[in-house]
Each structure stands twice: as structure tokens, then as C-alpha cells.
Write a protein that binds this ligand. Structure first.
Ligand SMILES: [Zn+2]
Length: 285
């Protein structure tokens, strides 16, 4: 005669994943393994791993939010291979004296990028700066942005914060192409990959082109998002997420942090909601 545990194991494997074990380590500590098995109704996934709702789910969220808080602000820009001014000089787009002049101009206006200074002085055009930046970032230049934005599931506040717009989604390669107008924000691309479970590719476009596209597409984004402005601790973000997950009958929750933003995507039984916690929001107290 089969033992109860053996029968249960067979029952679980027979269900092909519809009945799943809780992935929380501390869940095992308090209950026996076979008792940890929970049905879909009483559990929610975090990045595809199932947890009992609400206790184990809440603890897992808290751990992940704590990690995002530790990494907060650690947004690093990779070093460019060659400074933009030198690159343009080597391409014959700029003379020695023009470059010196542009660097002096930048010293007077520390907020300005060197490309912008060269442009303001009338030495180079916007497309020339973008072409040089594309060489620096090793990515293609997009001549014109599409009229309609690609429905990709990235919240508008996240796109705006990192000055990027989705331009194409390749279904076969599961790759989202995003356009930037200056620095390519690789940490933001990684966050998108983590939340949407896809690959990303960057391309460059002119700042004026991107700005016009933002104005055009502002109303096109159907992605539901709730933005929470001002700094929130891990405890509060956990509380808010658990509350939404419960209300939506969530099946899966995914979290990614980038700079001062924490993005949470909640897949509910009927709808998807994105929570965007923005510690650096302009309207923050
Ligand atoms: Zn559990």
C-alpha cells in the first residue's frame, strides 16, 4: 500500500503544475513539506514562483523590496569608449578650435552635454550628434519614430523617466526595441526584461524626434498604472502590493528597480495593473 506522501506526490505531478508547492524556505520550517502544497486559489506567484497568500507571498515581496532599497540610486553609466568630442573630431565633423570652444562652453553650463554645446554653437547638426552617439553606444539610428506606440506593457511614467519609447516588438524573437535620444539607459532595459520576460534592444533617435513622439503618444498607452510619488520604504511598498494583489486576485507579481523607481507588475485574474513607486518624483513632498 502506498504511503500518504507517495500518493500525494503522484497526485501533484498528475496535476501538471496546477497544484504547486510554496517556494518559501521558512514555509518549510513551520509545516511539513506535503502540507505546504497549496492550490492556485490560496497562492500568488512572484516571478513565476508560487507562494502561499498572503503570509509567504508578503515575506517574499518584503525580501525583494528590501533588495531594491539597497540597490537604490546605484544607477551607473558605463564609461564611453571614446568621448563624443574626440569622436566627432576624428570624423572630421569638428575642428580642434571648435572642440576647445565647445568644451569651454560646457564648463560655463555644467548641466549641458557636450553634444548640445557643439550644436548650440552651430558646429554640428542634431543628426550628426546622434550618429556619433550611436557609434559610442554601438546601436542603430532610427530616422523616424512610428506614429503609434507599440503596446508593450511598460508604464508611461517609467518610459518618461528614462526618456525612451518602445518602437517595435519582434514577436518571434520576443524582443522589444526602444528608442533613446542620448544616453542608453541599460539598467532600465534590464528592468523591462525582468518584468516583461523579454529581450530588449536599444536604438537612437534625435531629442526633437523623441519629444514630438512623446506628445503624440501620451494618450495612446493603454497600460494601467498607479504612480506613487515620494520615497516609500520596503514595508509600505509590500503592504500596497499585497493589497492590490488580493483585490485583483493576482496570479503573478513581478518587481524590478531602476534608479529611484520601483516598478511592480501585477497580473490579476481579469486585468494587469502596474504600480510605479517613484522616490524622485517632481511632485514628491
Ligand atoms: Zn508558504
Amino acid at each position: 500500500m502506498q504511503s500518504l506522501q507517495q500518493q500525494l506526490r503522484e497526485f501533484v505531478s498528475g496535476w501538471g503544475g496546477r497544484v504547486l508547492q510554496c517556494n518559501a524556505e521558512d514555509c518549510a520550517g513551520t509545516r511539513r513539506a506535503w502540507q505546504r502544497i497549496s492550490t492556485g486559489a490560496g497562492s500568488v506567484c512572484v516571478h513565476g514562483l508560487r507562494y502561499c497568500f498572503p503570509q509567504c507571498f508578503e515575506r517574499e515581496l518584503r525580501k525583494r523590496f528590501d533588495r531594491t532599497q539597497l540597490a537604490r540610486g546605484a544607477r551607473q553609466h558605463p564609461a564611453h569608449r571614446m568621448p563624443l568630442g574626440l569622436l566627432m573630431l576624428s570624423r572630421g565633423r569638428l575642428t580642434d578650435s571648435q572642440l576647445r570652444h565647445a568644451l569651454e562652453e560646457q564648463k560655463l553650463h555644467p548641466g549641458r552635454r557636450i553634444g548640445e554645446c557643439m550644436q548650440r554653437l552651430g558646429y554640428v547638426s542634431e543628426p550628426q550628434v546622434i550618429a556619433a552617439l550611436a557609434t559610442q553606444w554601438c546601436c542603430p539610428v532610427l530616422k523616424a519614430l512610428p506614429q503609434r506606440i507599440v503596446e508593450c506593457g511598460v508604464p508611461m511614467s517609467f518610459l518618461k523617466n528614462f526618456h525612451m519609447l518602445p518602437v517595435h516588438f519582434s514577436v518571434v524573437a520576443r524582443t522589444l526595441h526602444l528608442a533613446f535620444a542620448g544616453d542608453v539607459e541599460y539598467p532600465a532595459l534590464l528592468a523591462i526584461e525582468k518584468v516583461l520576460d523579454c529581450k530588449t534592444e536599444a536604438c537612437l533617435t534625435t531629442p526633437s524626434g523623441l519629444q514630438a513622439a512623446f506628445q503624440r503618444v501620451d494618450k495612446q498607452i493603454a497600460c494601467v498604472e498607479k504612480e506613487f510619488e515620494g520615497a516609500r520604504g520596503a514595508k509600505e511598498m509590500t503592504r500596497i502590493t499585497v493589497s492590490y494583489a488580493g483585490r485583483l486576485g493576482a496570479d503573478d507579481v513581478r518587481i524590478a528597480a531602476c534608479g529611484e523607481i520601483v516598478w511592480v507588475k501585477i497580473d490579476g485574474s481579469k486585468e494587469v495593473i502596474n504600480l510605479v513607486f517613484n522616490a524622485m518624483s517632481a511632485r514628491a513632498a
